[in-house]
Design a binder for this molecule. Structure first.
Ligand SMILES: C[S@@+](CC[C@H](N)C(=O)[O-])C[C@H]1O[C@@H](n2cnc3c(N)ncnc32)[C@H](O)[C@@H]1O
Length: 268
């Protein structure tokens, strides 16, 4: 992993860095010029999508005390950890994909920490907040995830979740998102207070059209940057198709996008 960290450090945003780590996450990074692999919040006209992606997270930070310790689970390319660190939090990111961790670590501001693993590997709590941004599709059973998060948080600590949810019953094998309400039910069983659940569907939906435009506008540039690397075109098509399926899900009304704030009850 150390060699990979050095090679991406040589070129922070360019094609060579992405070439060093071929992965759908990195194609996405190339397209959006952001360290995020999540939707944007209320993209404004002529604004880069990357800024709206930052806003999904930065809009929440006022609720957390500056200087507090925050764990980002499934931290991907490190965009959220970088934002947190720059905003004065002590940020730790953890992700099971070593390529994502290496990439994030190489671009990260001083002080931010990137670890390889999952929530199960974290044993140095307490944290003041845990963030789960678009990672629930990797957790079919929510109870262990919530119980572990609860155990790692300090009294009064927050668990902040952003994720698509299903509004109809669809087998997990077909669409791996949880039913709307399932998270809040499990969270209450794990001991959390459900502070807020908000449907952000209308605010995030423009993301899909903007991504479609970027797939068109940057396709030639991307294929030229990745020239000679087997499978990139197919990976790009697969990614574009995934975005289209999501867009259709929102248009047809069977998907929504929710932000959920959960809190460990403060000490009496
Ligand atoms: C859609 S990406 C979201 C990345 C990041 N949270 C963001 O908002 O940019 C999902 C991430 O979850 C990670 N992941 C996969 N399995 C996981 C698990 N069991 N626990 C935590 N993260 C996981 C993937 O490697 C990937 O980086």
């Amino acid at each position: 992993m150390r060699a990979a960290v050095r090679s991406v450090g040589a070129d922070r945003r360019g094609a060579r860095a992405v070439l060093a780590l071929p992965h759908p996450l990195h194609l996405f990074e190339f397209l959006t010029r952001s360290g995020h692999y999540h939707v944007g919040l209320a993209p404004a006209e002529a604004e880069p999508l990357s800024r709206a992606m930052d806003r999904l997270i930065s809009a929440c930070l006022g609720r957390l005390a500056r200087g507090s310790r925050v764990l980002d689970v499934g931290s991907g390319l490190g965009g959220t950890v970088a934002l947190l660190e720059k905003a004065g939090f002590r940020a730790v990111g953890i992700d099971p994909d070593w390529r994502a961790v290496a990439y994030a670590a190489a671009r990260s501001p001083a002080g931010a920490e990137h670890r390889l693993g999952t929530l199960e590997d974290v044993s140095d709590g307490p944290f003041d907040a845990v963030l789960l941004t678009e990672v629930l599709q990797h957790h079919r059973d929510l109870m262990p995830l919530l119980a572990r998060s609860f155990a790692l948080l300090s009294p009064g600590g927050f668990l902040l979740v952003h994720d698509p949810v299903l509004l109809v019953d669809v087998p997990w094998e077909r669409v791996p998102y949880h039913r709307s309400g399932a998270l809040a039910e499990c969270a209450a069983r794990a001991g959390f207070e459900v502070c807020e659940r908000r449907d952000l569907s209308a605010e995030i939906r423009p993301t899909f059209a903007l991504l479609g435009e970027l797939f068109e506008a940057r396709r030639a540039e991307l294929l030229s940057a990745f020239a000679g690397r087997a499978g990139v075109e197919a990976q790009l098509d697969e990614l574009a198709q995934h975005v289209q399926v999501l867009e259709r899900g929102f248009a047809d009304g069977y998907l929504a996008y929710e932000r959920t704030w959960l809190r460990v009850p403060p000490a009496a």
